[in-house]
Design a protein. Structure first.
Length: 124
């Protein structure tokens, strides 16, 4: 059963401005996300924007926003075939357990200027 749906859009320029600002990216992204995204060179901001959109959409799908959730506790990774997946830790994991969520689905898309994420949360 669907528990919640969230969608978010992030302007890539926002993340371009964050890159290089000491400690800023580390506040919002899991170290594994940073390593992967920053290894993409010119595509780093696009990758980070899509992941940031997923984190925002996650809070919307919960229906509670991100209050009490540390964004680094939401890790957006890609499976062996490139499919985006969400892994949660600590505060994000506790929020999902409290909501009775058993599965998290994520879809990401991006163009030159924008990145969009859709999250669907399932129970049962």
């Amino acid at each position: 059963m669907i528990r919640g749906i969230g969608i978010d859009v992030v302007h890539v320029r926002r993340l371009e401005k964050w890159i290089g600002k000491s400690g800023l990216l580390e506040r919002f992204f899991h170290p594994d996300e940073l390593k992967l995204s920053l290894s993409r060179g010119k595509g780093a901001a696009l990758s980070l924007a899509a992941r940031f959109a997923a984190k925002e959409a996650f809070g919307k799908a919960l229906g509670t926003g991100l209050a009490g959730i540390v964004l680094k506790d939401i890790l957006v990774v890609n499976s062996h075939n490139g499919k985006p997946e969400i892994r949660v830790f600590s505060t994000a994991k506790a929020a999902l357990l409290k909501a009775g969520v058993s599965r998290v689905h994520v879809s990401l898309t991006h163009e030159r200027d924008n990145a969009i994420a859709l999250i669907v949360l399932e129970t049962g």
